[in-house]
Structures are given as structure tokens and as C-alpha cells.
Design a protein around this ligand. Structure first.
Ligand SMILES: [Zn+2]
Length: 307
């Protein structure tokens, strides 16, 4: 039976290993103007586990629906567990984790949890994967935020367009207000999924502790590409493409798949899935991690990992 991975938009994936189904994040029900990925969280009738990378809505929302409908366990931080408990999910389904845990999901399938980092939400990134962004280095929390909140800063995803469509903007604000999620990251987590066919590294926001990801050597790496990447607590002095190159080099994964790079919440987000947008990523991999192959998974599409 082939081992398949479906990309359901943003950093959400469905991984099917024989009879076992894992969701990596659960954010499937998006704003109306986001590209449709062909299904809704309510359509999902089969899941054994949901791995939540962090507690923001664009990652955790939908986990409450999938957990309620399938009895899947949810692996996530204490903050993710709090959010899901409040949404009515039973404590027995919540595998609270902070890094260092190894959870058994099925025969031969385990999930190891690692501490990770969120992208630098206090500053802005770029929607051009090739664009080098500098500065904001070595700042204290006070200097980073200066009394501002996440919404004042505008998030780490990049400058917003002055000609934002007003209807889309209203729909976006309504969506954010009604989605399940937390204003805290809860502490970002990364996962190493071990299967009889191979291992998969997964994180859902562009950040890492280099000492943690160094030489994990998964057979596949799923790397988030959005915002201003965070390396060991500091914003990358470079581009999104360089972050993907560095992650691929550190992980030493023969194959890499990107996440979080679609136009997941217009009008705030931009599409970075086109061949043009990805050219700097391919170029960077050729230089930094020439043995790593960038696998393309179409939005809403499926790739066969092993058979
Ligand atoms: Zn986030």
C-alpha cells in the first residue's frame, strides 16, 4: 500500500501509512478567498493522531473537529491542550508534549517530539523567497515589541498591500475572530515521525534550534517557508530560500517538501508556490544542499512517498 502525503494548505498535511492516518496540523477550513483544498475538517472520518505544531489558529483550528469525529489523539503543547479542552475535547485524547516525548501511534509508527521555534512574529518577512531581509538582530523582548501586540506589528508574514480588497479583509478579520486558536504560540514543536518505510521531519513555522535539527537525518523533511525565519532565537539575516537551504543542509534529508507557502489567508498572504517564486529555493538547494531533492506537492494534491 503506498504511503501518501496530501497537502491541505498552509502547513497542514494528511499522512497515510497503511491503515494509519496522521494529520500534521489541522487547518483546512480557511477564508472563502483562499484557494479551496477540496475538503473540510468535517469531512474527515478517519484519523489516528493529529500533530499540532503550535497553538495559532492557522495550525490548530480543525483539530477539535477531527478529534471529536475520529477519536484521534492530539499531540501538542500545554497551550494547544488548553485550547482543545475548552473546545470540548477530552483530556484522555490529549498527549501534552514539550519535546523529549516519544508517542506510539500504531505498530511500527512512533512520533518523537522536539522543541522548536516560531518565526519572528515581532518583525516582518518577505513574500519573495529570494529576497534577503536584514536587521532586527540581538534585540530584547522589549525592543522587539515596544509595547505593541501581534496585530499592531502585523505579524511576521510580510508587508500588507495598500489596495487590500475590503470584503476580503472583513472576511479575514471575521475568520480570525471565530477560528479556534490562541494568541500564544504555546511553544512551537517539531516532530520526527518514524514509520517502517522511513522517517519524516515536520515543523509548521519557519524556526529551529540548530542543535536540535542538526543531523536528524530524516528520509523526508517538511520545512515551513513563511515570514521571517528564526534561527536559535534570532531572525535570519537572509532570505526564506536561504532558510530552506540551511534546514535541508542541517537535516541532511534526501527529500524536502515545503509548507506554509500558499496564499492561505488573502488579502494578507501571497502565493509562493509558483515555479517563479520557488526558483530561488531550487537555486539555494543546488548550492547548499545539492543532494536534497525538492519534492513538489500541488495544493490540495497528493504525493506518494513510498510504496
Ligand atoms: Zn503561528
Amino acid at each position: 500500500m503506498p504511503i501518501t502525503l496530501d497537502w491541505l494548505g498552509c502547513a497542514t498535511f494528511r499522512l497515510a501509512i497503511d491503515d494509519t492516518v496522521l494529520f500534521l496540523d489541522a487547518y483546512i477550513d480557511r477564508v472563502p478567498s483562499a484557494p479551496n483544498v477540496g475538503l473540510s475538517a468535517a469531512d474527515i472520518t478517519r484519523a489516528d493522531a493529529v500533530l499540532v505544531g503550535h497553538s495559532h489558529f492557522d495550525h490548530i483550528a480543525g483539530a477539535e473537529v477531527i478529534a471529536a469525529n475520529t477519536e484521534a489523539v492530539v499531540i501538542g503543547s500545554n497551550e494547544s491542550a488548553r485550547v482543545l479542552l475548552e473546545a470540548g475535547i477530552d483530556e484522555s485524547q490529549l498527549l501534552r508534549s514539550q519535546g523529549g516525548e516519544r508517542h506510539r501511534i500504531a505498530d511500527g509508527i512512533t512520533v518523537e517530539v522536539f522543541p522548536s521555534l516560531h518565526s519572528c512574529i515581532w518583525t516582518q518577512g518577505s513574500w519573495d523567497p529570494g529576497k534577503v531581509v536584514l536587521g532586527q538582530y540581538g534585540l530584547t523582548e522589549e525592543q522587539r515589541w515596544g509595547g505593541r501586540g501581534l496585530l499592531d506589528v502585523g505579524g511576521s508574514l510580510g508587508e500588507s498591500s495598500p489596495d487590500q480588497d475590503q470584503l476580503q479583509r472583513a472576511q479575514m478579520l471575521d475568520h480570525v475572530a471565530t477560528c479556534l486558536g490562541s494568541s500564544d504560540t504555546g511553544g512551537a514543536l517539531a516532530y520526527l515521525i518514524d514509520t517502517p518505510y522511513g522517517s519524516i521531519f515536520y515543523h509548521d513555522t519557519s524556526g529551529c534550534w540548530t542543535g536540535v535539527v542538526q543531523n536528524l537525518r530524516p528520509d523526508l523533511g517538511i520545512v515551513a517557508m513563511a515570514g521571517r525565519p528564526n534561527i536559535d532565537g534570532e531572525p535570519i539575516q537572509g532570505s526564506l530560500a536561504q532558510f530552506v537551504g540551511r534546514m535541508s543542509d542541517m537535516l541532511r534529508a534526501p527529500r524536502v517538501i515545503l509548507g506554509h507557502h500558499d496564499d492561505w489567508m488573502p488579502p494578507m498572504t501571497r502565493d509562493m508556490t509558483s515555479a517563479d517564486a520557488l526558483a530561488p529555493v531550487a537555486n539555494e538547494l543546488n548550492h547548499i544542499a545539492p543532494r536534497t531533492e525538492l519534492l513538489d506537492v500541488p495544493l490540495g494534491g497528493r504525493v506518494e512517498l513510498w510504496r
